[in-house]
Write a protein that binds this ligand. Structure first.
Ligand SMILES: [Cu+2]
Length: 91
């Protein structure tokens, strides 16, 4: 009981420090686009909890703890997948 509480508190504090990134992406039309972008963001090894949405035209992810994915790296990864990152938000 006590250990699970500590783990939950730890997970909460880690998520509080992890940078959440949201990217507006142009050019996605289907599930394969989602897969391609997810694959390239994963390949950077700096992004996790990746969520790509055709409907919202967005890619969202959390930076892996201790790693920093620059705007240039994000744009390069999206471009490699065949799409364009037009705006990047960090929260
Ligand atoms: Cu597609």
């Amino acid at each position: 009981m006590r250990i699970s509480f500590i783990i939950a508190a730890l997970a909460l504090s880690l998520s509080a420090f992890a940078a959440k990134v949201e990217v507006d992406v142009v050019g996605m039309t289907c599930g394969m686009c989602v897969e391609a972008i997810t694959k390239e963001l994963t390949a950077t090894e700096k992004a996790e909890n990746i969520l790509v949405s055709v409907e919202n035209k967005k890619a969202q992810f959390v930076e892996v703890k201790g790693k920093k994915l620059s705007d240039a790296e994000i744009k390069a990864a999206i471009k490699k997948a065949g799409y364009e990152a037009v705006k990047i938000y960090r929260r």
